[in-house]
Design a protein around this ligand. Structure first.
Ligand SMILES: Cc1cc2nc3c(=O)[nH]c(=O)nc-3n(C[C@H](O)[C@H](O)[C@H](O)COP(=O)(O)OP(=O)(O)OC[C@H]3O[C@@H](n4cnc5c(N)ncnc54)[C@H](O)[C@@H]3O)c2cc1C
Length: 544
């Protein structure tokens, strides 16, 4: 017999070993009767009505025939009898039989979408050529450090470009609102590649930049073992398209590679590649996105606001938050995004002359700061043009304002939250986690006026929901622009470009995902569709 029990709780300080006894008592069994208990999901309930506590979904397996009686008076708990423990899919289900590709498929971009697309194809026996314009993790790390330490930007090797894509220097949060049967499999593969096993059960899983670098390098190893070729420093600079069919790509303006199937997983920061797609007549459209600032508090402030007197308890992780505000009179939404507890705010410039902020943390989330983006939705009509690339120009403009306002050396313009709200430059900011450095400024100058107005109302609403959020200790950084792609590469249900057969745009840059997990899932989807397209384009030999 297998039971699924949802809602078992542990107080702060209680050990997970107690779960078996709690489950036994719930089923009317003696302590010790439950020996086979599996944690499926673990979350923290830090709503202020009760002290913070851990909530579990578990399965319990009992020998058949054992007498039990479920305690129906136990509040907040559900017990269901299961026929079997669900097993996550181990391989990418896809068309079972398909002809071998005549030409080697090419995958462009070594972020989550490109890596998981390549892996899915490799599992089907299709060894791809994976092209990445940036560098492998160790060399990339050197360039990113040089940017953070000395403000020297390498436009081809930075926080957005290189092995692992944009998520390599991140918090490595693996939360996603997408419901997809492959989510568990993606996490399992990450755990096999070196991610902490807790990601398999935590409701808000997180890897940390340190462990994530290891994961992506191991994934590369797995791809090479499966016969894939991974080339760094290989930028796709042009697309060869003949009568609406992709026939190849040009790499680094010099080498022509023939292929009739290309998975394009370029992320959202390759403005030049978007332009090249537009020049080649590939159908693109502008897409709504969001811009704003990053806010940093001392972590102990957020812990105190979320955990109350339990703040600082060694069993509690650094607290996070998710806040939203609807500003009715402006018809805008303001929301916190990509929160990094125990992390740092980082300079993520992607082009010479622009300042972009984002957040990153290590696995331990042990920095004394908590940061989050606070952003406002941007509509297509805000962009000043309906051209497909209008959003790229829009965000560049504000990134340039942030660069100038920060002094023109990649320092971020900063201001205390209280001063931003009071509309004055205010007191100097003394300490932040930001790399490469900060300069005092008035941040309303680095934001579209509607964004800065909406943010002011948004912060007031945040304060109502989380009293103490507005404090002199909170610092704002400009400017947060890379929440999601401002461009969509239009594709059909076969995941191919509507104008170009054989071109499979996917991941964040195509406008169909945002975040590590959803981009990985979209890469898997593109790979599955590529496999299906092999079956539909010819009827030759079949293989399983
Ligand atoms: C600092 C930071 C922190 C983040 N934190 C989180 C987080 O905690 N959790 C989360 O879920 N998401 C986070 N994100 C977002 C997440 O990283 C992205 O959503 C995700 O990486 C998108 O995956 P992707 O594969 O679609 O694109 P990317 O990861 O952007 O990868 C695209 C790759 O394509 C390459 N490329 C581009 N153009 C070309 C070309 N012409 N030729 C060859 N190669 C090319 C790029 O160099 C890049 O490596 C963060 C992003 C940043 C920048």
């Amino acid at each position: 017999m297998i039971f699924k029990i949802n809602g078992l709780t542990l107080s702060v300080g209680e050990r997970e070993e107690l779960l078996s006894a709690r489950a036994a008592s719930l089923l009317g069994l003696p302590v010790g009767a439950v020996t086979d208990l599996r944690v499926i999901r673990r979350s923290i309930d830090a709503r202020r009505a009760r002290p913070p506590h851990f909530v579990y979904l578990v399965t319990v397996r009992l020998p058949d025939g054992i007498p039990f009686s479920v305690d129906k008076t136990a509040a907040g708990l559900t017990v269901t009898e299961e026929t079997d423990i669900p097993v996550e899919s181990q391989t990418a289900p896809s068309a079972k039989y398909f002809p071998a590709p005549k030409q080697r498929p090419v995958v462009v971009g070594c972020g989550p979408a490109g890596l998981f697309a390549s892996l899915t194809l490799a599992e089907r026996g299709i060894s791809v050529l994976l092209l990445e314009r940036g560098k492998a993790v160790p060399d990339r790390l050197t360039d990113v450090r040089s940017f953070w330490d000395k403000g020297i930007l390498n436009p081809e090797s930075h926080v957005h470009f290189g092995e692992g894509g944009a998520g390599t220097f991140s918090d490595g949060k693996l939360t996603s609102r997408v419901k997809n049967p492959h989510t568990g499999r993606v996490k399992r593969i990450m755990a096999d590649m070196g991610a902490p096993a807790d990601i398999l059960i935590d409701a808000r899983p997180h890897i940390g930049t340190d462990r994530l670098r290891e994961v992506v390098m191991n994934l590369r190893g797995r791809l090479r073992e499966a016969g894939c070729e991974v080339r760094f420093g290989s930028q796709v600079t042009d697309f060869i398209i003949h009568r609406g069919r992709l026939t190849g790509v040009v790499v680094n303006d010099s080498e022509e590679i023939r292929t009739d199937r290309l998975i394009l997983a370029i992320g959202q920061s390759a403005d030049d590649t978007y332009r090249k797609l537009a020049e080649n007549g590939v159908s693109l459209e502008p897409k709504p996105f969001a811009v704003g600032l990053r806010v940093e508090h001392p972590q102990e402030v957020i812990n105190r606001l979320q955990y109350g007197r339990w703040a600082g308890h060694p069993d509690l992780p650094p607290a996070d938050y998710f806040l939203t505000a609807k500003i009715k009179e402006m018809d805008r939404s303001v929301y916190s995004f990509c929160m990094c507890p125990g992390g740092r705010v980082i300079g993520c410039s992607a082009w010479p002359g622009g300042v972009i902020t984002n957040g990153m943390s290590s696995f331990l989330r042990d920095s004394p700061y908590a940061n989050s983006a606070v952003v406002v939705n941007v509509r297509i009509e805000d962009l000043g043009s309906e051209g497909p690339l209008a959003g790229l120009a829009f965000r560049r403009h504000w990134e340039e304002q942030a660069f100038l306002s920060g002094g023109g050396d990649y320092c971020a313009p900063v201001q205390r939250l209280t001063d931003f709200l009071a509309g004055k430059e205010g007191d100097p900011v003394v300490r932040t986690s930001f790399l490469p450095g900060v300069r005092q400024a008035e941040l309303k100058g680095v934001l579209p006026p509607f964004v800065s107005a909406a943010m002011k109302s948004g912060f007031a609403e945040f304060e109502r929901k989380m009293p103490g959020f507005i404090t002199k200790e909170a610092v704002l950084f400009g400017v947060e622009t890379r929440t999601s792609s401002p461009v969509r590469i239009i594709r059909d249900e076969t995941v191919q470009s509507v104008t170009t057969t054989g071109l499979f745009p996917c991941g964040e840059g195509a406008g169909y995902s945002g975040g590590i997990i959803s981009s990985a899932l979209d890469g898997i989807r593109a790979a599955e569709q590529l496999v299906i397209s092999l079956g539909s384009s010819c009827s030759g030999e079949h293989r399983g």
